[in-house]
Design a protein around this ligand. Structure first.
Ligand code: HEC
Length: 133
């Protein structure tokens, strides 16, 4: 009996290791997954499922290749995410309290992924990748 129990415990561990057991939610998903999840949960309600913008009365701008967000520095994008639009009389919600630093960094990378290759290059060339510049 004891042997059988040991065997069962071992089997369960093996299954879990192989992903055969029901998956527990991963506490730290990889940054790309975290960025997408954060975007879906926190940005899509105002900026649209594809970052297309202008989906409700708040008129949040496009964050995808149709918009101009690639012309902002990462510092400016992070400031918008963390502080919202109140300082400039805007309607964007401040999300600094809702998001971890990891989520902020990951969602910033996700916003980059919505741009065209050309826009990403222009953003990098303009020093956009270095917060504070
Ligand atoms: C409550 C609605 C709302 C939510 C939620 C929201 N935004 Fe916004 N966002 C806006 C609005 C409206 C603006 C336009 C400026 C303003 O009114 O503050 C804006 C502006 C921005 C800008 C500046 C764009 C530009 O071209 O100047 C960026 C970048 C941005 N949002 C990114 C995000 C990201 C990333 C998220 C999710 C983490 C997010 N926003 C969540 C409403 C929202």
């Amino acid at each position: 009996m004891r042997l059988l129990l040991l065997w069962l415990v071992g089997l369960a561990g093996l299954l879990a290791a192989c992903g055969g057991a029901p998956a527990a939610p991963t506490p730290t998903p990889d940054p790309a997954t975290l960025g997408e999840r954060t975007f879906v949960q926190y940005c899509v309600p105002c900026h649209g499922a594809a970052g297309e913008g202008f989906i409700n009365a708040l008129d949040a701008p496009a964050l995808n290749a149709d918009g101009e967000s690639h012309a902002l520095t990462d510092a400016a994008i992070l400031a918008a995410i963390i502080d919202g639009g109140a300082a400039s009389g805007g309607n964007m919600a401040p999300l600094g309290d809702a998001l971890s630093a990891e989520q902020e960094a990951a969602v910033l990378e996700f916003v980059h992924s919505l741009w065209s290759d050309e826009q990403r290059l222009a953003h990098e060339d303009a020093g956009g990748h270095t917060p504070g510049q």
